[in-house]
Design a protein. Sequence first.
Length: 135
Amino acid sequence: SVVTGCGTLEDYPDPASVFQATFNSLPGPGISILQANGRAFADDSTCYLRLKVSPAAFSALTATGFTPITGKEYQVKVQNSSMVGPLPSWWNPLKDTPTVFLYSTASHPGLGRGQAIVAYNPTLEIMNFYWDGMD
């Protein structure tokens, strides 16, 4: 017999819960949530965050598991990601003219698969952070 199941698409209730799901903590000093949106379906999650982050806080948030990539690699990773629509209306990472780009497949050690893609403008202190993952 075949067993099939349906999950429920759930939006995270508020920006702080998206941050918590992403970093396993609440925002600390040097971090302000500008926008955040996330949804979970069964064991799959997708989150988008736009944060005001000091350089020190940025370094702390991305200290483990991230590798620098080029702006061109960033665009390819975004195009090949699991981003599913509708995207948040504010999601436009390149609008913030980022100069630092990072990629990780290990930012969520508890996930069976997943990735995080980061664009950061240290002058404006704006970080756009996308991740998706599956338990």
